[in-house]
Design a protein around this ligand. Structure first.
Ligand code: NAG
Ligand code: NAG
Ligand code: ZN
Length: 308
């Protein structure tokens, strides 16, 4: 026999679990009162989210495969100054980018043009990146979303299994503020509520990312969008060099609000199973394993190897 009396709170949560499709939310937003599909239920919002090639992932550097085709990228018009609109879209902060900046090289099949960028973060500068490296979660992650140059909208690009290329950058805490981020950080104060937007005058993609010579070390794998519809059409690139931001700068992101007025924090999806996928690394990524080999080789050369 099932108990006939269910505590009211439990009943409302059960009801939530039963309400199939609907809006999706991050784990940080889920409460019994707020009925939304947290990441384990995103497949109710879109069945793609239960697919086999999902993102983000944890990169186990020891298991990455060195790939000499992962040459440096060519960034074109990345330094072009543009006027954008920065918007609180209810899940993140997103900036639309004129389709003039492009990337090629990096073993991409063709030229891709930048469409938008957005970020994922934690709580007051705590862990908040989507991808993790050897289990380490960085405070924030930038996604610059690109589509193949022949497409004019992301929806079309997402129907091509290689239609989208996302460049992912991690952030690290630095002692001093990163002045190149002032326009973005200052704008956050005017978009605290959902659909809040303001213009970003004179900004370039170059000013948001590390210098080009620091972008030769990266990881590559095939995955998906990290929000519903979770479409598996993304060539992922994760750069090793993080972007510095001060604690104060990181904290400003936590002042944004979800549409229910609660702090917009924990805007990351948990890492997803690899399901046999390979993660590649560019030649210049130095892994722990390769540095250990190097030390062993040097020790041998110096006659320091163990002799029994
Ligand atoms: C910006 O917000 C205004 C209302 O404040 C709205 O009318 C407009 O559509 C928004 N723009 C964008 C790009 O979301
Ligand atoms: C960028 O590269 C230069 C030269 O390799 C290095 O000295 C510097 O520390 C790097 N910057 C970052 C942020 O890693
Ligand atoms: Zn993202």
């Amino acid at each position: 026999m099932q108990p006939l009396i269910v505590p009211a709170l439990l009943a409302s949560c059960l009801w939530t679990l039963c309400t199939g499709a609907g809006d999706w939310c991050y784990q940080s937003q889920f409460t019994c009162d707020h009925q939304c599909n947290a990441p384990e239920k995103w497949n109710h919002a879109n069945s793609n989210c239960a697919g086999k090639l999902q993102s983000p992932i944890n990169v186990v550097t020891r298991k990455t495969l060195k790939d000499d085709r992962l040459i440096p990228f060519q960034f074109s018009n990345y330094e072009q100054i543009f006027r954008g609109t920065i918007k609180n879209n209810g899940h993140s902060v997103q900036v639309g980018v004129p389709h003039i900046s492009t990337i090629s090289g990096g073993d991409l099949p063709t030229i891709y043009k930048a469409v938008q960028f957005h970020l994922h973060w934690g709580h007051n500068g705590g862990p908040g990146s989507e991808h993790t490296i050897d289990g380490e979660q960085y405070p924030m992650e930038l996604h610059i979303v690109h589509m193949k140059h022949q497409y004019t909208d992301l929806t079309t690009a997402l129907s091509d299994p290689e239609g989208v290329a996302v460049l992912g950058f991690f952030y690290e805490r630095s002692k001093s503020g990163n002045r190149k981020y002032d326009p973005v950080i200052n704008a956050l104060r005017s978009i605290t509520t959902t659909n809040g937007n303001t213009s970003l005058s004179s900004i370039s993609l170059t000013q948001l990312i590390p210098s080009e010579q620091n972008l030769t070390s990266y990881y590559r794998y095939k995955g998906s969008l990290t929000t519903p519809g979770c479409t598996e059409a993304v060539i992922w690139t994760l750069f090793e060099t993080p972007i510095p931001l001060s604690m104060d700068q990181l904290r400003v992101f936590s002042e944004l609000k979800f549409h229910d007025g609660k702090p917009m924090v924990g805007t990351f999806r948990p890492v997803q199973p690899l399901n046999g996928r390979k993660v590649f690394r560019s030649g210049s990524v130095v892994t722990l394993a390769s540095s250990a080999l190097l030390i062993a080789a040097m020790a041998t050369a110096l006659g320091l190897s163990r002799s029994n």
